[in-house]
Design a protein around this ligand. Structure first.
Ligand code: G3I
Length: 452
C-alpha cells in the first residue's frame, strides 16, 4: 500500500504537469481545488462460458481527465484498459477487487468482495452448495436471513443460525435509540457483538435501521438546536456508524417505514420536520458519501396488501434511483396464512425488478391466528399446513426472481415463542419456522420445497 501512495503522488504530479501542458503549449495550471474527486465505481458479471471468470466493467463517471487502476487482490496495480477486464478466479475463497481512480483532486476507490466455491464464482456473492436439506443450502444464489440479538448468539441459537442462515439482521440493537442513546455518546456494545459474530462466521450482516421514527432517541425527538445543527448531527451519526462498520456490514436499511398508512404521504417524523421533505434523499446521500460500496435499502411494511403504499414506496425508490442512492427494496412481509394474495406479493417483486433493484424479503413471519383468537393453545395441524403453503408460496416467488435482483429471504425470528407478534397482538400465535424447542415445523419444509 505504501508503493500505492507513492505512485498516487507521482500520478497526481504527472496529472498536474500534463494538464498544464496539454493544450497547444498554452500553460494551464489546474488548481486542485478547481476539480472534484471522481468516485470510482465498477460492476462485474460472470462469464457465460467459464464460471471462474468475471468480466469487470469500470463504470466510473466524471468530468475531466482521470486514471483508473485495478487491484485484483494481489496489491499490484494494473492500469484499466478500454472495455471489459477479464479476470480468472480459480481458488475457492473470497477475493477483494479494488478500483482506484485518480484525478488532479486526488483519488477514490471502489471495492467488491467476490466469493468462489467449487462451482465457480458465486452470483450475488452467495455461494450455493452446502447441505440441500438446510435453508441456506437449498437457496439458489441468494441469502437466507434471520434476526439476532447480542444475547442470542450462542448455544442452539448459534447452532441453528450457522446451519441454516448466511445473513443476519439485528432485531433492534443497530437502531439509533440503542446505538446513540444520548448526544455525543454512542453505545456500540451490542451492535459490535452482532457484527463481530457475522464476520467471524462468514455470515453477511444487514444493518437495520439507521433512521426510523419508532426507534428515535428522545434527545433527538426533543433536539434543541437549529435545523442546520439537527442535520449536521444526523450526518455525524450516519457517518460514525457507517465508518465503524465499513467492510463488515454489507447493507443498510437507511430509512425505515417513512410512509404514513392511509394517506401514503411521508410521515411527519422529526426527521421530516427538521430536515425537510427531502430528508430521505439527504440521509441516503450521507450514507453514500461514507461508503460507495455498501448496499442501501429502503424498507417498509404492507407493501403487498396496500397498493397505494406500494406506489408511494416506489416513488421514493424512483427519486433515490435517479440520484444513484439506492440498491434495493426491503418488503417486510409480516403476513398471515390467508393473505395477502400471491399476485399482490408478486407486484412488489415486479416493481422492484423493473427498477433493477435488489429485492429483500426482509421481515417474514406468517400469522396462524390472524383472527386474534385468545383461546388458541397450540398450532393445529390444519393451520400448520396452511402456513407451510404460504411459506412455500413466498419461497417460490423469491426463487423465481432474476439472479441479478436477488438479495435475501429473511425471517423475523427463529422460534415461535421469540416472535414480536406475541406481545404486539397479545394473543397466541406460531408465526415462524421453528417451534419453541428449535424443531423445524412444516413451514420449514415449505420454504425448502419452494426453493427447489
Ligand atoms: O432486551 C431489553 C430488555 O433488557 C429491557 O429490560 C426491555 C425494557 O427496556 O427492553 C428490551 O429490549 C426491547 C427489545 O424489543 C427486546 O424485547 C426493546 O425495548 C424494544 O424496543 C424492542 O422492540 C423491537 C422493535 O422493532 C423496536 O425496535 C422488536 O424486538 C422488533 O421485533 C421490532 O422490529 C420491527 C422492525 O425493526 C421494523 N418493522 C417492524 C418490526 C416489528 O415492530
Amino acid at each position: 500500500m505504501k508503493n500505492f501512495r507513492i505512485y498516487k503522488l507521482l500520478a497526481f504530479l504527472i496529472m498536474l504537469v500534463i494538464s498544464a501542458c496539454d493544450s497547444d503549449d498554452e500553460v494551464i495550471y489546474v488548481s486542485p481545488s478547481g476539480t472534484d474527486l471522481v468516485q470510482a465505481s465498477f460492476t462485474y458479471s460472470i462469464s457465460t462460458t467459464d464460471p471462474n471468470v468475471i468480466l469487470l466493467n469500470n463504470t466510473t463517471q466524471g468530468s475531466g481527465d482521470f486514471t483508473s487502476e485495478w487491484d485484483f487482490g494481489t496489491g499490484d496495480l494494473v492500469p484499466d484498459e478500454p472495455g471489459l477486464e477479464e479476470l480468472r478466479l480459480d481458488g475457492v475463497g473470497s477475493y477483494t477487487i479494488k478500483l482506484y481512480v485518480t484525478n488532479t483532486a486526488g483519488f477514490t476507490e471502489a471495492s467488491e468482495t467476490v466469493r468462489v466455491d467449487e462451482d465457480g464464482v458465486c452470483p450475488n456473492s452467495v455461494c450455493g452448495g452446502g447441505d440441500p436439506s438446510t435453508l441456506k443450502g437449498s437457496a439458489k444464489n441468494f441469502s437466507v436471513g434471520t434476526i439476532v440479538r447480542d444475547n442470542r448468539l450462542t448455544g442452539m441459537h448459534d447452532e441453528v443460525i450457522r446451519r441454516d442462515f448466511n445473513n443476519i439482521t439485528s432485531e433492534y440493537q443497530m437502531k439509533m435509540n440503542v446505538m446513540y442513546p444520548s448526544q455525543g455518546t454512542y453505545d456500540f456494545g451490542p451492535s459490535d457483538a452482532i457484527v463481530d459474530y457475522g464476520v467471524a462466521n462468514g455470515i453477511d450482516v444487514h444493518g437495520h435501521a439507521l433512521i426510523w421514527h419508532n426507534a428515535t432517541p428522545s434527545w433527538v425527538e426533543n433536539f434543541a438546536g437549529t435545523d442546520a445543527e439537527f442535520e449536521a448531527m444526523i450526518r455525524d451519526y450516519i457517518t460514525t456508524v457507517l465508518e465503524r462498520y465499513k467492510g463488515k456490514v454489507r447493507s443498510w436499511d437507511v430509512v425505515n417505514e417513512a410512509i404514513e398508512d392511509g394517506s401514503n404521504a411521508l410521515r411527519n417524523s422529526v426527521f421530516r420536520q427538521r430536515m425537510g421533505d427531502d430528508f430521505i434523499e439527504k440521509c441516503y446521500q450521507m450514507a453514500r458519501d461514507v461508503d460507495p460500496d455498501v448496499l442501501l435499502f429502503y424498507n417498509d411494511y404492507n407493501m403487498a396488501s396496500d397498493s397505494g403504499k406500494r406506489a408511494a414506496m416506489f416513488a421514493i425508490a424512483d427519486r433515490l434511483k435517479t440520484l444513484n442512492l439506492i440498491d434495493g427494496i426491503g418488503a417486510q412481509l409480516h403476513i398471515s396464512y390467508n393473505g395477502p394474495a400471491r399476485g399482490e406479493i408478486q407486484a412488489v417483486v415486479d416493481g422492484t425488478v423493473s427498477r433493477d433493484l435488489l429485492m429483500h424479503f426482509a421481515e417474514i413471519d406468517i400469522r396462524t391466528n390472524p383472527e386474534g383468537n385468545s383461546s388458541v393453545t397450540a398450532l393445529s395441524s390444519e393451520r400448520a399446513l396452511l402456513q407451510k403453503d404460504k411459506y412455500k408460496e413466498l419461497a417460490e416467488i423469491y426463487t423465481d426472481i432474476p439472479t441479478a435482483n436477488k438479495f435475501a429471504f429473511t425471517v423475523w425470528g427463529l422460534k415461535d415463542n421469540e416472535s414480536w407478534l406475541l406481545d404486539f397482538w397479545g394473543v397466541p400465535d406460531f408465526p415462524l419456522l421453528f417451534d419453541d424447542n428449535f424443531n423445524p415445523k412444516p413451514a420449514y419444509e415449505g420454504v425448502i420445497e419452494g426453493f427447489q
